[in-house]
Write a protein that binds this ligand. Structure first.
Ligand SMILES: CC(C)(COP(=O)(O)OP(=O)(O)OC[C@H]1O[C@@H](n2cnc3c(N)ncnc32)[C@H](O)[C@@H]1OP(=O)(O)O)[C@@H](O)C(=O)NCCC(=O)NCCS
Length: 224
């Protein structure tokens, strides 16, 4: 990364498909924990870029150094919401939350605020569209969890695809913020069973400290 390099957030369109695909493939290959970025199939990426909203960050030479998308697939948004209702025993009242997916910053550019910049672009757009967002993040991916939690997402669900892929659902409602009573539990990200139990008791994750999730109890069920 060049010293004092400036960056621009851009909307990507279907014509940028090959570039985003090559960027994601290259960056995922370089990850130490590949499970942290669940890859799109070619069709899924096309559908997200054609039917959803795709954002990128470009450096001074125009090179793509970060991506983040909103998947506007309605059926999938309902599935994610059902997952959150199931995880929280119905305490979180959400009916469709659209996946914020494809968050990736080039390895040489991490830790400089670009993830946060992309997160702001996506949440601003979700507010304009009046839609709730859901991040699906590997339970051990602290950098990504912090990037979502930093924009007031809350950990509201857990989904176990298999033993390699255990995901947390991070929810951001566009029209209100959850209110919590004080912090009630801290649970290690490795204790999947305990995380599930906390969620089922209407406790939501609001921060990460070390490798522990900080849980707080909802003050009023799903209401402002
Ligand atoms: C997740 C990712 C996009 C974050 O991008 P980034 O540009 O490095 O993030 P930022 O510098 O904007 O930091 C955002 C927040 O995350 C925190 N963070 C970033 N890297 C971190 C790390 N390695 N450990 C702990 N927290 C970290 C920052 O402190 C910041 O929190 P703050 O707002 O409270 O200060 C980047 O690490 C990445 O591309 N990872 C590989 C792909 C991946 O895992 N994608 C997520 C798929 S769900």
């Amino acid at each position: 990364m060049k010293k004092n390099e400036t960056f621009e957030v851009v909307k990507l369109t279907a014509t940028d498909y090959d570039e985003e695909r090559a960027f994601l493939t290259k960056c995922r290959k370089a990850l130490r924990r590949k499970a942290f970025f669940y890859p799109y199939t070619d069709d899924q990426l096309r559908a997200v870029m054609d039917g959803g909203e795709a954002f990128g960050v470009r450096g001074e030479n125009g090179r793509l150094v970060g991506t983040f998308n909103i998947d506007l697939d309605e059926e999938y948004a309902k599935e994610l919401a059902a997952g959150i209702r199931n995880s929280t025993g119905g305490a979180v009242d959400v009916h469709a939350c659209y996946e914020a997916s494809g968050l990736m910053v080039d390895g040489g550019y991490r830790g400089k605020g670009l993830g946060k910049t992309l997160m702001r672009a996506v949440t601003t757009r979700a507010n304009e569209l009046k839609i709730d967002l859901c991040g699906v993040v590997h339970i051990e991916n602290i950098a990504s969890l912090n990037t979502f939690l930093g924009q007031n997402f809350v950990i509201a669900g857990l989904f176990e695809l298999n033993s390699r892929y255990i995901f947390l659902y991070l929810l951001k409602k566009f029209d209100f913020s959850f209110e919590f009573t004080q912090e009630c539990d801290r649970i290690s990200i490795r204790e999947t069973g305990a995380v599930k139990r906390a969620l089922s008791m209407a406790k939501l994750g609001t921060a990460i400290v070390g490798d522990e999730i900080v849980f707080s109890r909802l003050s009023r069920t799903g209401l402002k």
